[in-house]
Design a protein around this ligand. Structure first.
Ligand code: FAD
Length: 387
């Protein structure tokens, strides 16, 4: 008997229109799309990045990114929430070892992961967590704060970072994947933002949170390596969510302008030169964003210098999300005042796409590292700037 492998892009095409039906309501009510997450679990979408060696179908990065673009075109918040899960699992699986094995098993059984690496005062500098881990019998006790825990309301498991001080007094960053605990985690602020409103990206306090040693992902101190070696899963999938919004915005604007008739010319708006020029610019930017993303997806990811790989992927994410933002901004100008009305999904896309500029990696750091690399200036030399 032959079993058919899931076509995750086709699945995203099936789910996106259904998710789109409730996107405006979740955006308005700040509600988390629990029913969408349940559907993503039920259909096996959340298990797409479980590799074959851990009993899964192992969707490729290209397949994941195309599926996420399609999903984001329906409901960007849902796509962004599940993105934390699918790319996080891919990075854990890539590390191998016991944590990869049990994480994949849990996900095959329906687990949903959300990840908390950002902290107040740390921002996008994820490699320097201020959350402190103290070694105790059988595990660690964590104290600290996490911001932007996307997908927290629907998560069964939390992927989070902390640092333990070594004998020299230096912080050693580490990561854990834990079943969502009953105590030790407190929501300090529920997510209430201008964009990506249905992502449930709450802020948390970790208060004497006990974590069994068996939940550590990788080894003490290897958090930067975990990010660098698996960064293509992170930044390509992040970029995909925002390219998906841009693609949907272009389609929406084209459809509207083909139908809307302006009385002074007696023809659809599509006949106006200004509309044509801006739509052409939008299409060109979408094509450029997709081409850069595709190049990053199909680049060599294994036999690479980790720092250069990290910078290449980060430059791609920065460029692609800027292009996506420009596409939707142009779309607003094409659409005119009606694009700002809450009945037009374009205004939601406009608010959602901004998040692409804000999520990691921090733009200024990317430009600094990429510029130094191009100019052959040492990247980590101190002081960073010479006046
Ligand atoms: C919708 C949304 C969902 C998110 N979901 C998650 C999530 O699930 N998990 C998670 O961990 N995080 C999440 N984040 C947070 C995200 O990961 C970033 O960490 C966060 O947006 C950046 O932090 P910040 O806003 O404090 O900005 P900062 O990182 O403090 O940046 C502010 C400014 O300072 C600059 N800057 C920062 N660091 C440096 C530096 N070292 N040198 C020079 N310039 C610098 C930046 O370029 C920027 O201009 C989410 C963010 C958003 C908007």
């Amino acid at each position: 008997m032959t079993t058919t492998r899931t076509d995750y892009v086709a699945l995203a095409h099936e789910l996106a229109p259904r998710f789109a039906e409730n996107a405006a309501r979740h955006d308005r009510d700040l509600s988390f799309p629990h029913e969408n997450m349940a559907e993503l679990v039920r259909t096996g979408y959340t298990a797409m990045t479980v590799p074959p060696e851990f009993g899964g179908e192992g969707a490729s990065l290209a397949e994941l990114c195309e599926a996420q673009q399609v999903l984001a075109g329906g409901c960007a918040s849902t796509a962004f929430a599940v993105n934390m899960h699918v790319h996080g699992l891919a990075m854990i699986a890539r590390l191998g070892g016991p944590s990869a094995e049990w994480a994949c098993e849990a996900v095959r059984d329906g687990a949903v992961i959300s990840g908390g690496f950002s902290e107040p005062g740390v921002g996008g500098n994820w490699w320097h967590p201020t959350t402190r881990a103290e070694e105790v019998e059988g595990g660690y006790v964590l104290n600290g704060r996490k911001g932007f825990f996307t997908g927290f309301p629907g998560a069964t498991h939390l992927f989070l970072s902390a640092a333990m001080m070594d004998d020299r007094g230096l912080p050693q960053p580490m990561a854990f994947l834990i079943p969502k605990p009953e105590k030790g985690v407190r929501v300090t602020a529920e997510w209430d933002a201008a964009g990506m409103r249905a992502t449930g990206s709450h802020s948390l306090a970790l208060e004497d949170l006990f974590i069994d040693a068996k939940w550590m992902v990788g080894e003490l101190g290897n958090l930067p390596l975990l990010f660098m070696s698996g960064v293509h899963w992170a930044w390509c999938s992040f970029a995909s969510c925002f390219v998906g919004i841009a693609r949907a915005a272009l389609d929406h604007v084209v459809r509207t302008q083909q139908q809307r008739v302006i009385s002074v010319i007696g023809k659809p708006n599509a006949h106006l030169p200004g509309i044509q020029f801006k739509v052409a610019e939008m299409a060109a930017k979408v094509a450029a964003a997709r081409a850069h993303l595709e190049a990053a997806i199909h680049a060599e990811h294994d036999d690479v210098d980790p720092l250069r790989h990290y910078i290449d992927m980060s430059v791609m994410k920065t460029t692609v999300t800027r292009l996506a933002h420009e596409v939707v901004t142009l779309g607003m100008q094409v659409q005119g005042g009606s694009g700002l009305a809450s009945s037009d999904p374009l205004q939601r896309m406009y608010r959602d796409v901004v998040a692409g500029l804000l999520v990691p990696p921090a733009t200024d750091v990317v430009l600094e590292w990429a510029g130094k690399l191009a100019l052959d200036v040492p990247i980590f030399a101190e002081p960073r700037w010479v006046g």
